[in-house]
Write a protein that binds this ligand. Structure first.
Ligand SMILES: N[C@@H](CCC(=O)N[C@@H](CS)C(=O)NCC(=O)O)C(=O)O
Length: 305
């Protein structure tokens, strides 16, 4: 059993990106199912203010954003192609677009009776109301507006046409998948497998690729509850940080790290590591002690408290 714990919910596309990576990696993992919107007190106890899902945990180290989580899966499974930082600049630029602009277009184009049915099955009426208000609120405050509802379907169709012409091999950038395949997968999974959309029907290579991705499954998952996950964090100490990452002039200062695109809730803490792709802040959580929370630098802002 690996020590990786994923906090996620079934309908979350970015969680599906990570679940599929876990399937591909073959790594056993522990699953904690969260609600579809805050309040999520157990996740908040680990990640501070960060409000997006998925969040992962290894002992007292907490990983925010699918890119930090992917880097951990890559290291644990010995599959460097899953870490975005191991990929070429071309792949990194592609992922930046597909995980933001295309993701938003997929979510907007994905609405359907089938999806509404799934939502009704997984949430109470009161929670559906809260969920809708929460997402309206996120949209209002977002700094990225995307293509909007009207532009979403044409944008997804354009993306599918691009995908169709890229797929000259089994995966997007070669015979094996890398981070980009999983970033592309989750938006289309949401549209086709959650929403039942037929948009992909005219793109045979994209269908075959999506089925290849889906066949990775979710790997070896065992379910635990959030209380057990917190107990694991409380009984662990954050892993040591190499001296090379403790040289920045801001080390030891009180800071906040906040996403710059949407869901911009800051996580305050003490800066303990500055890495080429990552910041780590230490926070003290009552009952759990010191936790180290990891963020990618790209798409996040660090400010002095
Ligand atoms: N850049 C983030 C995006 C994560 C994201 O947008 N997650 C969605 C769910 S798929 C979310 O948090 N929505 C609001 C919520 O669940 O509260 C990542 O790569 O993990």
């Amino acid at each position: 059993m690996s020590d990786l714990i994923l906090h996620h919910y079934p309908l979350s596309p970015f969680s599906e990106k990570i679940r599929a990576m876990l399937g591909y990696s073959g790594l056993p993992w522990q699953s904690v199912t969260t609600r579809e919107m805050p309040p999520r007190p157990m996740v908040a106890a680990l990640a501070g203010g960060y409000r997006k899902i998925p969040v992962a945990q290894i002992g007292a180290d907490v990983f925010c954003d699918s890119r930090s989580i992917a880097a951990e899966i890559a290291a644990l499974s010995g599959k460097p192609e899953l870490a975005l930082e191991s990929c070429s600049t071309e792949v990194q630029d592609y992922v930046a677009a597909v995980d933001l602009e295309i993701f938003l277009a997929c979510v907007m184009a994905g609405g359907s009776g089938k999806l509404n049915q799934k939502i009704r099955e997984s949430m109470s009426l009161l929670d559906i109301g809260r969920f809708v208000l929460d997402r309206i609120n996120i949209g209002r405050k977002a700094t990225v507006k995307g293509v909007g509802f009207r532009g979403a379907r044409p944008r997804v169709l354009q993306h599918l046409a691009d995908l169709e012409s890229r797929l000259q091999q089994d995966f997007l950038f070669g015979p094996q998948p890398n981070h980009a395949d999983f970033s592309t997968y989750h938006g289309l999974w949401f549209i086709r497998d959650m929403g039942g959309s037929r948009m992909i029907d005219a793109f045979p290579k994209a269908i075959a690729w999506l089925d290849r991705m889906k066949a990775f499954g979710h790997g070896r998952r065992s379910d635990i509850d959030a209380r057990q996950a917190l107990e694991i964090a409380g009984n662990a100490s954050p892993r040591p940080i190499a001296e090379a990452f403790r040289q920045d002039a801001l080390i030891g200062r009180e800071v906040s790290v906040t996403p710059t695109d949407y869901g911009q809730v800051p996580t305050p803490g003490t800066l303990v590591a500055v890495m080429p792709q990552r910041w780590i802040v230490a926070r003290k959580e009552p009952g759990l002690g010191t936790l180290h929370v990891h963020f990618p630098r790209q798409g996040f802002a660090l400010t002095l408290a």
